[in-house]
Design a protein around this ligand. Structure first.
Ligand code: 0A1
Ligand code: ZN
Length: 876
């Protein structure tokens, strides 16, 4: 047998190498005859040479996993002398005229498509996913976002198997065909990039509604799901209508087609996709019933439905010139969905959740081997750059810009951006320029936020001169080096702030400081006494603030008028105490509950009923990963022991009040998903979790309450919170509860995902064994991304104590799973690599074991380029 050829590494794509496309496509006429293993795709493209590009004699089209059946140029068949297959699957047509039509016919197999990119089957129905580069798996095409074309799509399929035939745009006829087949045509009047193309076909049913835009356009809304799920679309539909109204009210942006359809699919690589007029959603972000969906699920649906809808303007009408500009649509659209959700309920609680997610996902990315700017400079596999940095940090950058130029100017800037660039594929510079021109503010330095990776550290010092009443705040910034960027420049950091007097009253002087240099002093005159500075109100910049004393943090936690700073100061206070306790665990000292922390916790309980949603956030201790991120060398065992100790000690100390809250907040009425009800359930379940960890009788009472709450089964939020408490305990009721849950929900995929995830993230000593057994469970399916993530992702990213087991078994498990998955679905495989990449944070022994896991993956012959990129960069 021949030796395997040594593989040459896949090429790196660089932003600086961008060249305009040699050919443009004005019109695309597609005809898809759907068949599970032999779908035929006919494409007729009206092409012309791009006057803005260097002239080329040959046309090169992207293609992947296509079988070419026929090709014609201006009606004449193209022979082998004019056609060449390119490495990777593309097609070259030699010697083409300045303008022409190209017709191709290809064969594809949706059934063989486990990658879930291009046209694939899920539960017998057809779906497409074309972002970023999936359209080339459907037909030969210049598959890049700066080629915008008008599409008509005709679908043909067996009527019994596929009564529903959907594509982008407006419907334009349908009819019968011989042999039980039928057809439908869709016309999309708006030019679009190929990544927004979509087809959905199969045996689906629709929940329907209507929306009239403010200029009077009547839009037919449809959410397509599998039979039996029609009753679970109400929240998604309601979220959609609220999103449509919000975008009109907030940005004057109206919907632009006669239909807006959403189709839900159980096999999907991401959350959802904004295809023009036909969004495709992971069922996780559509289906919700009180018995099956948690409050977090309801919130996720609202956010993701809004996000995809908002893309219609920020992404679809104005799109990206190339994939380096991804944050142009994603950062802006995340900012818009965050703003929308904040407007639907408590803005402060929403902001706290968003910042928590930023710190949990983006900060580690920015400090790890994959760190990249919001606008990356290079990539190997673009699918690896749908990251927390591009999405969440990108949204923070837009938010900062809005704070700098003001709300009214930001709105003007949005209007200008859309007026200038409607139906264009543009760059981040174009967006910043619109904001600059509309506001008259020079944003050239601010643009560094898009170019520089790494989380800036912001350090504060202060001084007070009693005699003159002058108070000086000195702010200093520095950004750590990241791969490929050893030196960093200062970035403009907007610091929203206030001053709090010793009596807790807000003093004059609140406002916005702009730190533009490495270090700057800001003075405040005429103060009667030394104030405590309240900094980064509303989290005005995505930076790590330090320099306040424990005393100042405790004071802000109690007195600040800004709810975000109140919450964050308590978190920072807890973090400092937790870091101290970790050292005590390491030197085997007995641990004691820090009284300052107990006081903050007690005060949060005292005020809990004023704002239960806020209180629920305030009661949660910083996560184990967050604490690890603050250490030079993490110690997962010690961190876990410390945090478990604290949870138990707080539960014990406050058990009467926790029990009282749990009792008082019991719901008797119907399930409601308004912010107030969600907040009360969150507070009640946070109380339960502490109570169940208390020592002695209180803890036993907590577990008994959990059992009762599990059995009462009023809604999935309460059931799951109770099950989580039991799954994390040694209660004899634990296994029975897990079994009962499985027995009841084994036929509901989304609920079963929760059952897998709860066990994978339970920090019991036997967790990995349980996870390995679950990977062999008949209900486990590596091919389903939600299921794979619920087990593997929940363990590797959500169970630090067990993933980092000193034996290295957790790392070995993840490496095995990534290897198995890479043969099935490379996108999901590559995403799951991330936890192994953070080996620099661990001690030398763990670091070596983590690297061994990465090396094992890398040694695998035939590894995909996406997984290769993640693993090789993680080892560098
Ligand atoms: N644009 C979508 C995200 C998305 C990206 C890639 C996908 O397939 C590989 C699917 C969805 C969004 O931001 O929601
Ligand atoms: Zn998006």
């Amino acid at each position: 047998m021949a030796e395997t050829e040594p593989q040459s590494p896949p090429p790196t794509i660089r932003r600086e190498d961008y060249r305009p496309p040699a050919f443009l496509v004005d019109q695309v006429d597609l005809h898809l005859a759907l068949h599970p293993t032999a779908t035929r795709v006919k494409a007729k493209l009206a092409l012309r040479r791009n006057p803005a590009a260097a002239p080329a004699a040959d046309l090169e089209l992207d293609g992947e996993a296509l079988t070419l059946l026929a090709a014609r140029l201006d009606g004449a068949p193209l022979g082998a002398d004019r056609l060449a297959h390119l490495p990777g699957g593309g097609l070259r047509v030699a010697d083409v005229p300045a303008a022409f039509t190209l017709e191709t016919e290809v064969g594809i197999s949706p059934e063989a498509n486990s990658e879930l990119s291009g046209l694939y089957l899920s539960g017998g129905n057809y779906f497409t996913q074309c972002e970023a580069e999936g359209f080339r798996r459907i037909t030969y095409f210049p598959d890049r976002p700066d080629v915008m074309a008008r599409y008509t799509t005709t679908l043909e399929a067996d009527r019994a198997a596929c009564p529903v035939l959907l594509s982008n745009g407006n419907p334009d006829g349908a009819g019968e065909l011989p042999d039980g087949r039928h057809w439908a045509r869709w016309v999309d009047p708006h030019p679009k990039p190929s990544y927004l193309f979509a087809v959905v076909a199969g045996d689906l049913v629709a929940m329907r509604d209507r929306f009239t835009t403010r200029s009077g356009r009547k839009v037919a809304l449809g959410i397509y799901v599998r039979k039996g799920d029609e009753d679970a679309c109400g929240h998604a539909m309601d979220s959609l209508k609220r999103s449509m109204a919000w975008d009109e009210d907030t940005y004057g942006l109206e919907y632009d087609l006669d239909v807006f359809n959403i189709a839900a699919v159980s096999d999907f690589n991401m959350g959802a996709m904004e295809n023009k007029g036909l969004n495709v959603f992971n069922t996780k972000y559509i289906l919700a019933r009180p018995e099956t969906a948690t409050d977090a699920d309801y919130e996720g649906i609202e956010t993701v439905v809004a996000h995809e809808y908002f893309h219609n303007w920020t992404g679809n009408r104005v799109t990206c010139r190339d994939w380096f500009q991804l944050s142009l649509k994603e950062g802006l659209t995340v900012f818009r969905d965050q703003h929308f959700s904040a407007d639907q309920g408590s803005a402060a609680v929403k902001r706290i959740g968003d910042v928590r997610r930023l710190r949990a996902a983006q900060f580690p990315e920015d400090a790890g081997p994959m760190a990249h700017p919001v606008r990356p400079d290079s990539y190997v596999e673009i699918n690896n750059f749908y990251t927390a940095t591009v999405y969440q940090k990108g949204a923070e950058v837009v938010r900062m810009m809005r704070r700098l130029i003001g709300e009214a100017n930001f709105r003007k800037g949005m209007d200008l951006y859309i007026a200038r660039h409607d139906n264009q594929a543009v760059t981040i510079e174009d967006f910043v320029r619109a904001m600059q021109d509309a506001s008259g503010t020079d944003l050239s330095r601010f643009a560094r936020w898009y170019a520089q990776a790494g989380t800036p550290a912001l350090r504060v010092r202060d001084a007070f001169d009693k005699a003159s009443g002058r108070y000086t705040l000195t702010l200093a910034q520095s950004t750590p080096p990241t791969p490929g960027q050893p030196e960093k420049q200062p970035v403009p950091i907007p610091v929203a702030m206030g001053l709090i007097g010793p009596d807790g009253a807000e003093l004059p002087g609140a406002g916005l400081l702009l730190l533009e240099e490495a270090e700057q002093g800001f003075t405040f005159e005429g103060l009667p006494a030394k104030p405590v500075p309240s900094l980064l109100r509303g989290y005005s910049a995505p930076v790590k603030l330090s320099g306040l004393s424990l005393e100042q943090l405790g004071f802000l936690a109690a007195h600040d008028t800004d709810p975000f700073v109140r919450w964050d100061s308590a978190q920072q206070y807890a973090t400092a105490e937790m870091l101290r306790l970790v050292e005590e665990v390491r030197s085997q000292k007995p641990l004691a509950l820090p009284e300052g922390l107990a006081a903050i916790f007690g005060a949060a309980l005292d005020r809990a009923m004023e704002d239960p949603a806020f209180a629920a956030e305030a009661l949660v201790l910083p996560s184990e990963d967050f604490v690890a991120d603050q250490m030079a060398v993490a110690d997962p065992e010690a961190i876990h022991a410390m945090r478990q100790f604290l949870r138990g000690a707080l539960g014990t100390r406050f058990s009467p009040r926790l029990a009282a809250l749990h009792g008082a907040l019991e719901e008797t009425g119907p399930y409601r998903i308004d912010g107030a009800s969600i907040g009360r359930r969150a507070l009640r379940n946070a109380s339960l979790a502490y109570l169940a960890r208390a020592e002695g009788a209180a803890g036993a009472e907590g577990l008994a309450r959990a059992e009762q709450q599990f059995e009462a089964g009023r809604n999935m939020t309460d059931v799951l919170a109770a099950l989580r408490v039991l799954a994390d305990s040694d209660s004899p009721a634990r296994q029975a509860a897990l079994d009962a849950f499985h027995g009841k929900w084994r036929h509901d995929d989304l609920v079963l995902d929760k059952w897998f995830a709860i066990q994978a993230s339970a920090a019991r000593p036997d967790a990995l064994e349980a996870v390995r057994a679950l990977a062999r469970h008949p209900d486990f399916d590596l091919r389903n991304p939600n299921r794979a993530r619920s087990l593997i992702g929940a363990f590797a990213a959500g169970n630090p104590a067990r993933f980092h087991d000193a034996s290295g078994d957790g790392y070995r498990f993840l490496a095995e799973m990534v290897i198995a998955l890479d043969a099935v679905n490379t996108q999901v495989a590559a995403r799951l690599v991330s936890p192994l990449g953070l080996w620099k944070r661990q001690d030398a022994a763990r670091g070596a074991l983590m690297r061994a896991g990465l090396e094992r993956i890398l040694a695998r012959p035939g590894l995909s380029k996406g997984t290769y990129e993640k693993v090789s960069k993680s080892l560098a």
